[in-house]
Design a protein around this ligand. Structure first.
Ligand SMILES: C[S@@+](CC[C@H](N)C(=O)[O-])C[C@H]1O[C@@H](n2cnc3c(N)ncnc32)[C@H](O)[C@@H]1O
Length: 204
């Protein structure tokens, strides 16, 4: 099982500052759906801080789902649900009819490493799943006012686009616009280490 575990070193660096924001900004009840959990290391670190509420990891990539499961099985954390297979861009996430009591959706470092359709789908999905007052939490690098906020983000953007022309660092105002069109109202942005932002929306 260990061989299925993947490691993303960035999670070690960003997990504590992210947790600090999550603890302050998330609703005090209800379960947390993570879209694009990646290796699953974040789930393992964040879930204990919210127990007995359930942390529900997901990823469309089968290798990521294997890794999430490998980390979960080996841990003593008892409030991580089995991983789901969710592609944010899908018209249905397959859980809309389930009573999962999800009041928060967390999405870390996805919308610049996926086509814009994934961001649109994330907002559509959050509209379908979240109750009024529910929170959508995003983390990642953003342009602001159409401009990069750091040279490192500009180089990162170029490298993303060279890997896939549909990827790239998004403009924060564009993300806020599509969120608000779905009734997800921008609450705040928080400056994070390494020129990233936490961006928080609340469902109307
Ligand atoms: C850079 S990784 C970030 C993973 C994790 N959140 C982290 O911070 O380590 C990007 C993740 O987005 C996932 N992803 C890409 N496109 C997606 C989509 N359309 N819907 C959901 N997840 C997606 C990938 O499978 C990958 O696990």
């Amino acid at each position: 099982m260990d061989s299925l575990k993947q490691y993303a070193p960035a999670t070690q660096r960003n997990r504590e500052p992210i947790l600090e924001v999550l603890l302050r900004a998330l609703p005090k009840s209800g379960n947390i759906l993570e879209i694009a959990s990646g290796t699953g290391e974040h789930s393992l670190f964040f879930a204990p801080a919210f127990g007995p509420r359930q942390w529900i990891p997901s990823d469309p990539n089968p290798m990521a789902r294997d890794s999430i499961e490998a980390w979960r099985k080996d841990s003593f954390v008892d409030n991580i649900q089995p991983k789901l297979n969710i592609n944010a861009a899908s018209l249905s996430w397959g859980i809309e009819e389930q009573e999962l009591n999800i009041t928060t959706i967390v999405n870390i470092n996805m919308i610049h490493i996926s086509p814009w359709a994934a961001c649109l789908g994330l907002m559509e999905g959050a509209k379908r799943i979240l109750p009024s007052g529910g929170i959508l939490y995003l983390y990642g690098p953003y342009k602001q006012g159409g401009k990069h906020t750091a040279v490192s983000n500009e180089s990162f953007d170029q490298s993303l686009r060279s890997q896939n022309p549909e990827w790239g660092v998004r403009n924060l105002e564009d993300v806020i616009k599509v969120a608000e069109e779905k009734g997800l109202i921008f609450q705040e942005k928080v400056e994070m280490p390494a020129n990233n932002l936490s961006v928080i929306f609340q469902k109307q």
